[in-house]
Design a protein around this ligand. Sequence first.
Ligand SMILES: Cc1cc2nc3c(=O)[nH]c(=O)nc-3n(C[C@H](O)[C@H](O)[C@H](O)COP(=O)(O)OP(=O)(O)OC[C@H]3O[C@@H](n4cnc5c(N)ncnc54)[C@H](O)[C@@H]3O)c2cc1C
Length: 420
Amino acid sequence: MRRNDPDVVVIGAGCAGIAAARALVAAGKSCAVLEAGSRVGGRAHTSGTLGTPFDRGATWLHQAQENPLTAFIGAHIDHDTVRGRHLHLGDRFANRAELAAYERALDVFETAIVEAPPEPDRAVSEVVPQGGPWDATIAHWLGAQINAAELSLISLRDYVAVDLEGPNLLPEEGVGALVARLAEGLPIRLDHAVTHLRWDGPGVVVEGEWGTLRAGAAIVTVSTGVLAAGGLRFTPELPAETLDAIHGLPLGLLTKYGFRTTGGDRLGMAPFHSARRLVERGTRASMSWIFWPFGRDQVFGFVGGAQAWELSRQGLAATEAAARADFAAMFGGEGARLLGPAVIADWGADPLFRGSYTHARPGHHESRAWLARPLAGGRLRFAGEACHSRFAGTVAGAWLSGEAAARGLLDKRGTVADAS
Ligand SMILES: Cc1cc2nc3c(=O)[nH]c(=O)nc-3n(C[C@H](O)[C@H](O)[C@H](O)COP(=O)(O)OP(=O)(O)OC[C@H]3O[C@@H](n4cnc5c(N)ncnc54)[C@H](O)[C@@H]3O)c2cc1C
């Protein structure tokens, strides 16, 4: 290593990269964070375009008592205490008895998943009830709308290992703004896409159009979508187990949309309440909505899974039109006229992400542990939401895995261990 080379190069300034850099800097290590985009935060990004904060990506701090970001949060609300759920049945909203029946069916569904024998690992869809009046809606909700992929694509063991119970906190400033705050003062270089990483020498060498940088070690935090698409070349090639892990952890797609609303009509929905529509068996045309967060003139929601990928192929205008139509299906044309300008966050079309967050393919529940395994005697490490088993797919998992990768590079005296 030359005198000015950083101890560690971190690739990507999302949650994992920011957490890793903070841990390294706190230990007195030099590091350089190279970020391809022109902002920090990655899949945590708060937009101000609607006139009020709107998270384009990560929205809640799940499992708040154990979420490492809870320690940094400012004003917020525990969404579970005020959420009020509404289910539209096609011609009206479900009444209390119908909602209770739905909740009971949800319990049965979730119990079937948790109590299914873990071996052999298979798709979640293989162990859940089907055919009941609420089952298609529940499957759509737990699959496409929460996990960003249909239950037929998700490993049962991975699904069960991920633990995202409440409290679910909504930070008033937005998760993206919170994460950006935590990046302040770090040695981050924006617009520095890394295209090639060499790990055949004593340290690592990274290259991009901006030039070349040597370092003692590298932490790679780009999404598995970017890695699987060959967005970052490695010399030598990554081992077969690592490649297998990358391909075992595809990103699903959850497209988020936010609308500024106009006029004072609140459509009978209290702030923070949520609504979605019943899914008839065989269809998946249902999105989800959350109303007036923090009393703002804003509604936002999600479309996930195959439907989101299809809309992504059609373009932003198609997604916006589909969201407006979904809203109109619940509140009629009059209600839909409340929807003003929109922000559509399509993470699938963005080459810096290529999806929203990972699930493990059936049979690939060990991929997260494989991906997190250090290479090259420890000087090449992967981190990010894909590498965390319990909090996979979340800012918490990304953060903890970034910290773990940084800690793994520090020996007991706090120096970057000689991994050459
Ligand atoms: C719509 C949506 C809703 C979500 N909701 C929640 C939620 O409510 N709660 C929650 O906890 N999580 C949620 N998530 C997931 C959460 O946002 C992610 O798990 C987390 O932000 C991932 O962080 P990361 O550091 O692993 O990856 P990223 O955020 O993807 O960071 C990787 C960084 O690498 C950069 N990069 C890519 N290629 C290169 C390259 N070649 N060179 C240099 N840099 C590169 C990218 O620009 C990016 O900044 C949501 C995500 C989405 C998309």
